[in-house]
Design a protein around this ligand. Sequence first.
Ligand SMILES: [Zn+2]
Ligand SMILES: [Zn+2]
Length: 126
Amino acid sequence: MARSKICVATGCDEIALSGLSHCEEHEAARKAKLKAGRKKAQTSAAAIAARRLYADHKWKAARLVHLRAHPVCKDCDELGVVEVATDVDHITPHKGDRKLFWDRSNWQSLCHRCHSRKTAREVFHQ
Ligand SMILES: [Zn+2]
Ligand SMILES: [Zn+2]
């Protein structure tokens, strides 16, 4: 029988949930904290500014033009895979900065998978 692990939270000696590193109570606390962090990220000034930029009809038209000119995902292409790009990504995260947002040399075409992977990484590092 596999030995039960003890919760990793400081001062906690409860048995961790199977496959996890926290007990039930601390796992719930951890999830609540993650959720609060995500909510905070969505309501920050930068996030609000970014949403406004993405809602601009000029952006919607410009991204289509960019995707037509660069129809292949750049990340996949570097791995030798041809994948149709669906998203225009900002190489340097603009964080709501208008100049960086509209700087076309900062744009690259990515497929949805590569874009979500990159965005998840950026949110994680904020
Ligand atoms: Zn615990
Ligand atoms: Zn890709």
